[in-house]
Design a binder for this molecule. Structure first.
Ligand code: GDP
Length: 300
């Protein structure tokens, strides 16, 4: 059974958005209403700048449109939240081409290897022929873990030796994928010490190899962010953005946190879309991001 975005939002919905409905329905709108709303949005990790902008827009609408019932306020809030999640026109990963290269980046423990396994299966089921590259050569455990996911998803893996050069493995991976006639490549990358210059240099090298080897590659650079990390994940994201051109986010472990509000901060503050949601620990616990479902799932 697949877990839906709605299921994985149950913590966020119960602990925060349920209370928002309560605050908005409590009677006359006073200064306290706005303060409570602000506090709850921040608690859901919507982030301070995004929360302030959102509340200001709502206050304006209340004045201009004369909103006063709980229903009117709630639907205005839903509309404003939905409006923040502007989807890019196309999803490059799904464009038709001979070989699509996806680099997957993120700090260790964020759920990179798990997410690669899930995405490989997801696209295999859609008729793609995926391959994964174990590019985190700094950790033998990462190679072993990705190998386990490749077995679970029944998707081929290309890996080098621990301690090998990640850029060289990416290069070999691209060649081997082409030789096999496969058309989708997920490259795992190292995620240790994201504040250290060296890791970012390694990522840039892998990025460079993709760029040189395949037309317009990497077509996607997916940043895996761990939802329970909340606003700290956004700081990590800024670091990664300095080295590689992040095109989308895979938000993992949404099922285990009430911080689902960070999706809005990802769109507004990072300026990148969320592509997938991790909804659990199993291979099939992955949901393509859907803005309507997401906003609906926040409310009871
Ligand atoms: P990596 O170090 O970035 O490759 O992280 P892993 O893929 O090994 O994941 C770290 C931990 O997070 C593992 O225990 C995973 O089972 C868990 N995990 C990954 N994605 C999800 C998710 O969407 N939901 C939950 N609940 N756990 C997840």
């Amino acid at each position: 059974m697949f877990k839906s975005i709605r299921d994985s939002l149950s913590k966020t919905r119960q602990s925060v958005f349920g209370q928002i409905a309560h605050v908005l329905g409590a009677g006359d709108i006073t200064e306290e209403t706005w303060e409570d709303l602000e506090a709850l949005l921040i608690q859901a990790d919507v982030g301070v700048p995004t929360t302030l902008a959102l509340v200001e827009t709502l206050r304006d609408r209340v004045t201009k449109e004369g909103l006063y019932t709980a229903d009117q306020l709630t639907s205005a809030l839903r509309e404003e939240l939905r409006a923040m999640l502007v989807e890019p026109e196309s999803f490059p990963l799904e464009e038709k081409r001979l070989l699509t290269v996806v680099m997957v980046v993120g700090v260790n423990g964020s759920g990179k290897t798990t997410s690669i396994g899930k995405m490989a299966l997801y696209y295999k089921n859609k008729g793609y022929k995926p391959v994964m590259v174990a590019g985190d050569t700094f950790r033998a455990a990462a190679i072993d873990q990705l190998t386990i996911w490749s077995e679970r998803a029944d998707v081929p893996i290309i890996s080098g030796q621990p301690g090998g050069d990640p850029a060289a493995i990416a290069y070999d991976g691209i060649r081997a994928t082409r030789a096999r006639g496969n058309n989708l490549l997920f490259i795992d990358t190292a995620g240790r010490l994201h504040t250290k210059y060296n890791l970012m240099k390694e990522l840039e090298k892998v990025y460079g190899v993709c760029k040189k080897s395949v037309h317009q590659a990497p077509h996607e650079v997916l940043l895996v962010l761990d939802a329970p990390t909340g606003q700290n994940a956004l700081l990590q994201a800024q670091k990664f953005k300095e080295s590689v051109n992040i095109t989308g986010v895979v938000l993992t472990k949404l099922d285990s946190t009430a911080k689902g509000g960070m999706v809005f901060a990802i769109y507004r503050e990072l300026g990148v879309p969320v592509r997938f949601i991790g909804t659990g620990e199993r291979l099939q616990d992955l949901a393509p991001f859907d803005a309507d479902q997401f906003v609906d799932g926040l409310f009871g």
